[in-house]
Design a protein around this ligand. Structure first.
Ligand code: BES
Ligand code: MN
Ligand code: ZN
Length: 492
């Protein structure tokens, strides 16, 4: 990702220079200065390009006469009343997207007098988030395709350094998540997921790992039933961050679905698009990245991330449709469809987390159902919640960081849909309302009084097209949401 620095004044250099302008006819501040230095070329270029100052729109002049810079970019800020943290991030993302593979290595963004420190920090944050790419296996990239942009300097807002430090910690968590989500499934499997998380100890996170023998001992028959069709053994990973300096603070627990590859098992998925199921660990990836973010910025909160890691494969030992498994809390499940495996992993992970850590709040993230994509597309993740206050806290956190949530219903009538004639419940309901009956399944594994939200992130952890602050591919969805949820509600 881009390295970010803060300068008091523009350095005379042959790098791109970015100046900002909102809607309106006359340029001001650094944009006016650049316009004057170029003999009015910027005004003429803006007019020629029909530039109207919309947020993130760009007019670019190459090798402007009168300035040392290689390119002069005029970037729109949008209307001042709409220029909030998210808009600033979009602007930063647009600058990166324009220059990332341009051959330029450095860029200066002169925000002097236009953006205060907080917004300037968010601009840099958006630029940094947008610069992340995953290329380790592309050995034949042409030079022109390789990211060249390495450094961004914010000019004229030195008070941005402090807010940016916190955002950089969060971006580190986002990058970790995106890498986990992007790695191919022969590289990322339960054991290697754990191995890649071990360096979190360096941030002060305590790690607890359960192997399959220990999970068997604990009675996690649902999770292990999914794993038994794979040669890759399952793992449970807990990551604990206690930044409160006290040991009497009840933790917030995040639980993530970590299916490192989902073939569907014996209820095999169709071949077309099955490669996407490498990101069926997106919930676990988000939880892991959120723990990174919280620890890296030394959050004053007690938070535990738990991820249940399995591979869902169809070998001769795989579980069958019709099998009955016993979960850690003793409830039995008739496995109607081995492709509804996420809930089988989560129920044991959630129960173990509650038994072990005694939380007041559990939030799980899971790429749980295709049906949530039918409902909400890729704009919102689905939220299912048993507490209105918690739902509002999560909704607000998501809105603040641009990782939106839309609340979905739960209730007794939906719960009945997963009653079984053979066992305590079955692992699928009817096709209609499929995301809701999946949530109802999870709700059967809550201890009394625990406030719980389930975020179905199947539509948001991966994107087939670039967005404002991500390239196509892994979005890192969930990291900033969980970080903000903790920051706004548990750090007093
Ligand atoms: N991992 C999938 C859900 C999914 C589908 C995520 C598409 C992302 C994109 C999950 O394990 C699954 O297979 N769910 C089934 C449930 C069904 C068998 C009740 C589904 O959604 O089809
Ligand atoms: Mn599945
Ligand atoms: Zn799955």
């Amino acid at each position: 990702m881009l390295a970010v620095s803060f300068l008091p004044a523009v350095a005379d250099a042959a790098h791109p220079l970015v100046v900002l302008a909102g809607p309106g006819d006359t340029l001001a501040g650094p944009a006016a200065a650049a316009d004057a230095a170029t003999g009015g070329a910027l005004t003429r270029a803006a007019k020629a390009a029909r530039f109207e100052g919309d947020a993130g729109t760009i007019v670019e002049i190459l090798a402007p006469a009168g300035l040392a810079c290689s390119r002069l970019l005029l970037v729109g800020t949008g209307k001042p009343e709409k220029l909030d943290a998210l808009a600033a991030e979009r602007i930063g993302g647009a600058i990166t997207a324009r220059l990332l593979t341009s051959g330029e290595t450095d860029v200066q963004v002169d925000v002097g007098g236009v953006l205060g420190g907080e917004l300037a920090a968010h601009l840099a944050h958006g630029a940094q988030l947008r610069s992340w790419q995953f290329n380790p296996y592309r050995t034949r990239l042409k030079d022109k395709q390789k990211p060249s942009l390495a450094r961004l300097a914010i000019v004229g807002a030195e008070d941005a350094a402090a807010p940016f430090a916190r955002l950089a910690a969060i971006a580190g968590g986002v990058a970790r998540t995106r890498t986990l989500v992007s790695e191919p499934p022969n590289i990322l499997y339960p054991e290697s997921f754990v191995a890649k998380a071990l360096d979190l100890a360096g941030l002060g996170i305590e790690l607890i790992v359960l192997d399959d023998a220990e999970m068997k001992q604990l009675g996690m028959g649902a999770l292990l039933g999914v794993a038994q069709g794979s040669v890759r053994p399952a793992r449970m990973l807990a990551m604990r961050w206690n930044g409160t300096g006290r040991d009497d603070v009840k933790p917030v627990v995040f639980v993530g679905k970590g299916v490192t590859f989902d073939t569907g098992g014996i209820s095999l998925k169709p071949a077309a698009g099955m490669e996407d199921m490498k990101w069926d660990m997106g919930g676990a990836g988000a939880v892991t990245g959120a723990m990174h973010a919280l620890a890296a910025r030394k959050a004053n909160a007690h938070v535990i991330g738990v991820v249940g890691l399995v591979e869902n494969m169809p070998d001769g030992n795989a579980q069958r449709p019709g099998d009955v498994v016993t979960t850690m809390n003793g409830q039995t499940v008739e496995v109607i469809n081995t492709d509804a495996e996420g809930r089988l992993v989560l129920c044991d992970a959630m129960w173990w987390a509650q038994e072990t850590f005694d939380p007041e709040i559990v939030v799980d993230l899971a790429t749980l159902t295709g049906a949530i994509i039918i409902s909400l597309g890729h704009e919102h993740a689905g939220m299912f919640c048993n507490d209105d206050g918690l739902a509002e806290q999560l909704r607000a956190a998501g809105a603040a960081v641009g990782e939106k949530l839309w609340r979905m219903p739960i209730g007794d009538a939906y719960d009945k849909l997963i009653d079984s004639d053979v066992a305590d419940m079955k692992n699928v309901g009817p096709r209609e309302g499929g995301s809701i009956s999946a949530a109802q399944f999870l709700a059967r594994f809550l201890k009394p009084g625990v406030k719980w939200a389930h975020l179905d992130v199947a539509g948001t952890v991966w994107s087939n097209k670039p967005g404002a602050v991500h390239d196509k591919g892994a979005t890192g969805y969930g990291v900033r949401l969980l970080d903000r949820f903790v920051a706004d509600n548990f750090e007093g």
